[in-house]
Write a protein that binds this ligand. Structure first.
Ligand SMILES: *[C@@H]1O[C@H](CO)[C@@H](O)[C@H](O)[C@H]1NC(C)=O
Length: 235
């Protein structure tokens, strides 16, 4: 009795959710639309429509060997939006004797693993996560091939390749547009008085400007001791 009386309600709800006769009009073809493929995919009303917007099977493959970018995100791999993946991926190398600048991903937790080389990883979790001496906990681990570590969304982290060979990594992110915050330059983009107070007045005026100018612009900062050990030149 209960079942039969609710069936029409369920059917009506399904009909509303999956209209068959009054299907939404497909978006105009890509060639006729001013919108980017990504924008069209986001506006598409159904998954079916999204797949229609990516008719070539090859577009479901991202080839890092030919890509300029070491990251595959919704911006350069629209299939992620079509597939509703809510994830992105990176394959890259951290050069010998290099440290990735201290950064965070505002929207994504990262799973980071190595396929070649060695990396020393440091991660600072949220405030209030303390070590046995009640100091801010810093999770420092050594990674070698076959190991994976996790950087929670928003955690500060950095990786050091202390060896003379490049380290090959893969990283997965649970956002299709993970993005990054770069700690040092972003902190030092604040007004001088804010920086001065932040650092307990230990730095002021020209010194702030000096630090600002000294912050490396490149993603991979050279590790001088390692360069010396490996007989490499700083480029
Ligand atoms: C590391 O990556 C580079 C660039 O993709 C590749 O040429 C090299 O063979 C990789 N090294 C190892 C040991 O897998």
């Amino acid at each position: 009795m209960f079942i039969t009386s609710t069936l029409p309600v369920v059917a009506a709800a399904l009909a509303l959710a999956l209209p068959t006769t009054a299907a939404p009009q497909p978006l105009t073809g890509r060639a006729e639309s001013d919108l980017s493929l990504q924008a069209q995919l986001r506006l598409a009303e159904t998954t079916t429509e999204r797949y229609d917007l990516i008719p070539n099977d090859e577009d479901f493959v991202f080839d890092f060997s030919t890509s300029d970018s070491p990251v595959a995100t919704s911006q350069n791999w629209p299939a992620l939006i079509a597939a509703d993946a809510r994830a992105s991926f990176s394959i890259g190398q951290l050069e010998a004797c290099s440290m990735a600048f201290l950064h965070l991903h505002p929207r994504a937790t990262e799973l980071f693993s190595l396929s070649a080389g060695r990396i020393l990883s440091h991660m600072v979790p949220q405030a209030g996560v303390l070590d046995s001496e009640d100091m801010q906990r810093v999770i420092s681990v050594e990674l070698t091939p076959g190991k994976v570590t996790v950087y929670p969304a928003g955690s500060f982290h950095t990786q050091v390749n202390p060896d003379c060979e490049p380290a090959n990594f893969t990283a997965a992110f649970n956002s299709e547009e993970f993005a990054a915050g770069i700690v040092a330059p972003q902190v030092f983009s604040l007004p001088d008085d804010v920086i001065s107070r932040t650092f307990g007045q230990s730095i002021a005026g020209e010194e702030i400007e000096k630090v600002r100018d000294a912050i490396p612009k490149e993603i991979a900062i050279k590790v001088d001791e390692c360069l010396a050990k490996c007989g490499k030149e700083k480029r």
